[in-house]
Design a protein around this ligand. Structure first.
Ligand code: VG1
Ligand code: CO
Length: 543
């Protein structure tokens, strides 16, 4: 087998966003596109000599081909070993668990996560560091710089490796080790949760529906929930990963997981419903007739984590992304632990988790996780909820009512305007940004602006900084709106508007969130002019 050195030219825009490099699948399939990025990663974190890497993806279209290419490139770059999930599959949290458990020198995860897949969908790739988390911006910046100057990449001239069977194969002097994608992850879950209590819950009349959305969590959920915890077969639906996710949009929110929502709000609804995204790091939690907003889920899990054996000693602190509601902060205050607000994207939690400052982290985008790995973890959140329900012997609705009675309720919703004109969206943000200084004191739609800024962050552990992370408009103690542009989309721009209002009085906690937030929604419209500027009358998604 010979190593080939292939001449190449840089592609524009190989810049990792909120979570890795994402682009249309057809863009990734152009000759040299994937190869350039992978070589740039290897040049940045290498030389690979003697290194072991973890490799896997969410199974979307082009996953298998990309895995073969990366294996041959790792071998040509001198890596000692690559640990790869069987059939090229690893959920994002499982990849993080494998990196940590096997102490590999980081890994590559192939996924565009919640973005649709298939030939006409999206593909993506990211590098995770040896701690198991997404590379911080210092590394992604260096990788991007490298992509702009690359002239050649190295690849082994070899046949494809059989990844359908566990075991070890030699690839030009590098070991390719195929592992069960579920085993290490399942072992970790067993160490954190009271599986006996959850088993007893399933043995009672408790019914659950888990929608894997034809994405990577299918095998994980089937193995853990049905085979190990005794949930009846059929609990997991859409459990076979498909290259195009069955044509769906694998984003677990009330709009894209509409079928699960309909079932959970039907006369014969199960007790508990959940869904996960393309790469298994997001979760949606729904009780019978009760949708749990991700910001609330984070707060509930932080307040109740001690009920699970893995967190019985309590938690060190809680971190949330800035646009996530402040519900978790109130829990942290009551527990007497630190609370942090970071920019959007899991990579910003890494330093806090590594330093032991926080145990539980979460984002309003249906991402929750803990120090057990360095990624958000969909099935972990589902299992912690099950553990909490088993311990409290309460319904989801009752858990929420109790939580709000104790801490108050943060009405919350995110409105997404997807694939809008990029220039128009940027102009909207720029104009709002330039008006920020004049906003405090103004009264809009009956709400008075008390603070307005563009979120900037200094990491409390390593001092690194990030600016322009979202425009915040605060209306007194209770209400807040945040606007930012997505960093994961691949077409045009996506505007995210995050809306919240705090209601301490249980008598006022039973409203529909869209109604409860109507004043904030109207104020944002007046200040930002979304309808006119983006030519949209309605958001595409309301969470
Ligand atoms: C979105 C979410 C963010 C999340 C990121 C990756 O980013 O808002 O909270 O961390 O997706 O999630 P953005 O820049 O589009 O708002 V995943 O499940 O796509 O890896
Ligand atoms: Co994801």
């Amino acid at each position: 087998m010979t190593v080939k050195t292939i001449a190449t030219k840089p592609f524009d825009g190989q810049k990792p966003g909120t979570s890795g490099l994402r682009a249309k699948t057809t863009v990734f399939m152009q000759p040299n596109y994937l190869e350039n990025f992978v070589q740039s990663v290897f040049d940045t974190v290498g030389p690979l000599t003697g290194m072991t890497l973890t490799l896997g993806g969410d199974g979307r279209f082009f996953n298998s081909q990309a895995i073969q290419t990366i294996l041959k490139m790792a071998a040509a770059n001198g890596a000692a070993r690559v640990v790869v999930g069987r059939d090229g599959l690893l959920s994002t949290p499982a990849a993080s668990a494998v990196i940590r458990h096997r102490k590999t020198d980081g890994g590559l995860i192939l996924s565009a996560s919640h973005n649709p897949g298939g030939e006409t969908g999206d593909f993506g790739i990211k590098y995770n560091i040896p701690a198991g988390g997404p590379a911080p911006e210092s590394i992604t910046g260096a990788i991007h710089a490298r992509t702009a100057e690359i002239t050649e990449y190295r690849i082994l001239d070899a046949a494809d490796i059989d990844l359908t069977r566990d075991g070890e194969t030699d690839l030009g002097g590098m070991a390719v080790e195929v592992i069960d994608p579920v085993a290490i992850y399942a072992e970790l879950m067993r160490s954190l949760f009271d599986f006996d209590a959850i088993r007893a819950l399933f043995a009672s009349r408790f019914r659950m529906r888990f929608d894997a959305m034809h994405a990577v969590t299918g095998p994980y959920a089937t193995s853990i929930l049905e085979n190990e915890l005794g949930a009846p077969s059929g609990t997991v639906i859409n459990g076979t990963p498909l290259p195009d996710f069955g044509g769906g949009h694998p984003d677990p929110n009330p709009v894209y997981a509409a079928a699960l929502m309909a079932e959970m709000f039907s006369a014969d609804a199960p007790d508990f419903g959940a869904a996960s995204d393309g790469d298994g790091d997001r979760n949606m939690i729904v009780g019978r007739n009760t949708y749990v907003t991700p910001s609330d889920s984070l707060a509930v899990l932080a307040a109740n984590a001690h009920l699970a054996p893995g967190y019985a000693d309590g938690i060190a602190g809680v971190a949330r992304s800035m646009p996530t509601s402040r519900a978790a902060d109130r829990v942290a205050e009551k527990l007497g632990v630190e609370a942090f607000a970071t920019p959007t994207g899991w990579k910003f939690f890494g330093t806090l988790l590594d330093a032991g400052r926080v145990t539980i982290c979460g984002e309003e985008s249906a991402g929750t996780g803990s120090s057990h790995v360095r990624e958000k973890d969909g099935l972990w959140a589902v299992l912690l909820w099950l553990n909490v329900l088993a311990a409290k012997k309460m319904s989801v609705a009752d858990v929420m009512a109790e939580h709000w009675a104790t801490y108050g309720r943060d009405y919350y919703s995110r409105h997404d305007y997807e694939e809008v004109d990029k220039a128009a969206a940027e102009a909207l943000m720029d104009d709002l940004r330039s008006a920020l200084a004049d906003l405090p004191g103004q009264t809009v739609e009956g709400l008075t602006v008390t603070e307005a800024d563009d979120f900037a962050y200094t990491d409390p552990v390593d001092g690194s900084t990030a600016s322009k992370q979202g425009i915040r408009i605060v209306f007194g103690d209770a209400a807040r709106a945040v606007l930012r542009l997505s960093g994961t989309g691949t077409v045009g721009a996506t505007l995210r508007v995050y809306l919240e209002r705090f209601e301490p009085d249980p008598a006022g906690q039973g409203e529909d969130p869209q109604t409860a937030l109507s004043q904030v929604i109207a104020a944002v419209e007046t200040l930002a002019g979304i309808r006119d500027r983006l030519g949209r009358t309605e958001p595409d998604v309301r969470t």
